[in-house]
Design a protein around this ligand. Structure first.
Ligand code: GRF
Length: 206
């Protein structure tokens, strides 16, 4: 079974969705550890309550980002992690972590990338006036929300949407998209052609 390590900084609802998906149906993957850069992150409670090993790391305690990430890599290797899932992890991944897991780090972002990268993507979409937004699961590269796209889900923007109502509908789709992307990875269905992620048909709909 694919061993997944999750990095999260906050609420942890995507983590919850991943745990739920991993424990239902085909059991294609398992969340084996949760690491947070925020000691009070709810994501750590979610992990603990699910009986998963959790780690709070204070980046300030490490001299350099390189050392902080080296500790993350050490934890991930201890748990024999094959895939790293960023779920509301509010830091740019540096070379130390990227090179330890090349092509094996995913992220989820609340917009249809490449539109609205960075912070407050839902507010950016609303302010811009797009009629459709959504969420994206992508592989992580050295940039901010720039890596190859695996899954996207569209969400219509309604006339009376606020950031909070729109974010809530996007979040529902995030909770579907992330398990879907990891399941495809676990089944070996993903390959790269340039920056395009090619999704091999699954046997069931071949
Ligand atoms: C999500 O909207 C995710 O797309 C973004 O950060 C938020 C994390 O939410 N990267 P949660 O911690 O998973 O509830």
């Amino acid at each position: 079974m694919l061993k997944v390590g999750v990095l999260a900084s906050g609420r942890g609802s995507n983590l919850e969705a991943l745990i739920r998906a991993s424990r239902a149906g085909e059991r294609l993957f398992e969340i084996v550890c949760v690491i947070s850069d925020v000691a009070t992150a709810r994501a750590l409670d979610v992990g603990r309550e699910a009986g998963i090993a959790t780690y709070a790391l204070d980046p300030g305690q490490f001299g350099k980002k390189r050392d902080y990430e080296a500790r993350i890599v050490e934890i991930l290797k201890t748990h024999e992690v094959s895939l790293v899932a960023l779920a509301g992890y509010m830091r740019i991944v540096g070379p130390e972590l990227l090179s330890a897991f090349p092509g094996r780090i995913m992220n989820i972002h609340p917009s249809l990338l490449p539109a609205f990268p960075g912070l407050e993507a839902q507010a950016q979409a609303l302010a811009y006036g797009v009629k459709v937004t959504g969420c994206t699961v992508h592989f992580v590269d050295g940039g901010m929300d720039t890596g190859p796209i695996i899954v996207q889900k569209a969400v219509a923007v309604e006339e009376d949407d606020t950031v909070s109502t729109l974010s809530a509908r996007i979040l529902e789709q995030e909770h579907i998209a992330y398990p879907e992307a990891i399941a495809m990875y676990a089944k070996g269905r993903l390959s790269l052609s340039g920056r395009r992620v090619i999704v091999k048909r699954s046997e069931t709909n071949a």
